[in-house]
Design a protein around this ligand. Structure first.
Ligand SMILES: Cc1cc2nc3c(=O)[nH]c(=O)nc-3n(C[C@H](O)[C@H](O)[C@H](O)COP(=O)(O)OP(=O)(O)OC[C@H]3O[C@@H](n4cnc5c(N)ncnc54)[C@H](O)[C@@H]3O)c2cc1C
Length: 403
């Protein structure tokens, strides 16, 4: 019978190293507010605090642990899973180069040239160069193959024109993983994948987009005659769809092994919700004493535990023959659970939930109404819940394709 993989002696030793290092090196809480997740970074101050933290973790071997040494990694096997678990257990800040670590890095490792791996991976792992993902466009979100940004060959270069939208972290990014059209004759086969310059590049304009939270975590990116050398093309011309599917596979669930650990876990969030229920009044008593509230919290606790078990199933060899199966479920379930958890917190707060971040009377500093508004983004980003359900139904369960 297959079992969840236990630590090898080397992994157990590495786990001990991670624990001791994290105990000794946990960063002091910043004096400014950190965003609720790494793609929401808005200020240089937040960026450099988080970049420093990633860099420290990298130097201690907690980031890039499984990458080959020649590309700046630690050369381990199964070590990143251990580091990610320990980072999550220690509830440290998250890794700010989340798109680099969870999407660009694994994609370059799988499809990039030797030169690309040596050039881009070390600075990606250390957090010195921030990455963003340039896939979505005004008419290419769920229908990603409809990308219209066009790259035209010009000798050893490509000249790129187009409009990308909802691009997280673009304001701080040095590089973008770009999906562009190189032929109008074939829909999927007309796409090619590039490493595009962002910060300071001629022809690139980045415009922040304001969300309903009042924050501006993501951006529009306009590209006008942007020059990309052919050596920054990833894989063959016309293979962009295949490469993008590798990126999406990691985006939708490869994060644990990619080393984006840290940040608040779902269990942390559940515990904060319980603490809130114990503090907030309802009918003259703490909300926690109300059996309806406790019932709702219990339902959420069961779902949190279910997800923890789903993550464990993802490490059972016999269950991951289809690499999409468990990550897709986890993305769908976790994003909807976060939404329901924040909704219950807002409900428990009652009228106080109208006090927002920045108002000193707001319970928990206003984090719950902010989390509630933000939670809608997670059921859309990386493929909306409807699309995830379609994919699970059609490709994992083998149900007939919807028309
Ligand atoms: C917080 C956040 C961060 C993001 N960051 C990035 C980023 O860094 N880089 C990037 O490239 N993109 C990013 N995105 C964009 C994201 O990938 C798209 O928003 C997403 O793929 C949906 O596309 P759309 O917004 O165009 O919606 P649409 O595709 O127009 O969908 C609209 C609605 O129709 C539904 N729908 C569409 N097609 C179907 C179908 N076939 N069956 C059933 N329902 C359907 C959808 O579920 C949705 O409810 C981000 C989005 C968010 C919210």
């Amino acid at each position: 019978m297959s079992r969840s993989r236990p630590d090898t002696p080397e992994q157990a030793e590495f786990r001990e190293h991670c624990r001791l290092w994290l105990q000794a090196n946990r960063p002091p809480a910043p004096e400014f507010r950190l965003p609720q997740n790494a793609v929401e970074v808005m200020t240089r101050e937040q960026l450099s605090y988080l970049q420093d933290w990633q860099n420290k973790c990298y130097r201690a071997g907690l980031v890039g642990a499984d990458y080959p040494k020649e590309y700046g990694g630690g050369g381990g096997k199964g070590f990143q899973r251990v580091a990610a678990q320990e980072l999550a257990r220690a509830s440290t800040p998250y890794m700010v180069n989340v798109i680099g670590l969870s999407m660009a890095g694994p994609t370059i490792l799988e499809h990039g040239t030797e030169e690309q791996k040596r050039r881009y991976l070390p600075a990606l792992l250390s957090g010195e160069e921030i990455w963003c993902q340039g896939f979505s466009e005004p008419n290419a979100g769920s229908d990603l193959a409809n990308v219209q940004t066009f790259a035209e060959r010009d000798g050893d270069n490509w000249i790129v024109n187009g409009h990308k939208v909802w691009i997280s972290l673009a304001r701080f990014a040095t590089w973008m993983i770009l999906l562009a059209r190189t032929s109008r004759e074939h829909k999927h086969g007309g796409l090619t994948y590039f490493i595009a310059p962002v910060a300071g590049a001629d022809g690139v304009t980045v415009r922040p987009l304001i969300k309903m939270t009042g924050e501006d975590g993501f951006n529009e990116v306009l590209m006008e005659d942007v020059v990309i050398p052919d050596r920054q093309r990833v894989d063959e011309v016309g293979s962009g769809w295949k490469v993008a599917m590798t990126t999406l596979l990691y985006e939708r669930g490869g994060a644990e092994n990619a080393g984006t650990g840290g940040g608040e876990t779902l269990d942390d969030r559940l515990q904060s919700l319980i603490a809130l229920a114990k503090r907030m009044p309802r009918n003259g008593r703490p909300a926690w004493d109300d059996s309806v509230v406790r019932n709702e919290i219990a339902k959420l606790a069961i779902r949190v535990e279910g997800l923890r078990q789903t993550a464990r199933r993802g490490r059972v060899d016999a269950l991951i023959e289809d690499p999409m199966r468990i990550p897709l479920q986890a993305k769908l379930l976790a994003s909807e659970l976060m939404q329901d958890l924040a909704a219950l917190a807002v409900d428990i707060e009652g009228a106080s939930a109208s006090l927002y971040v920045g108002d000193e009377r707001a319970p928990d500093g206003g984090r719950w109404p902010l989390a509630y508004l933000n939670s809608y983004g997670f059921t859309i980003a990386a493929g909306s819940s409807e699309i995830q359900r379609n994919i699970l139904g059609e490709r994992v369960l083998g149900l007939p394709k919807s028309k």
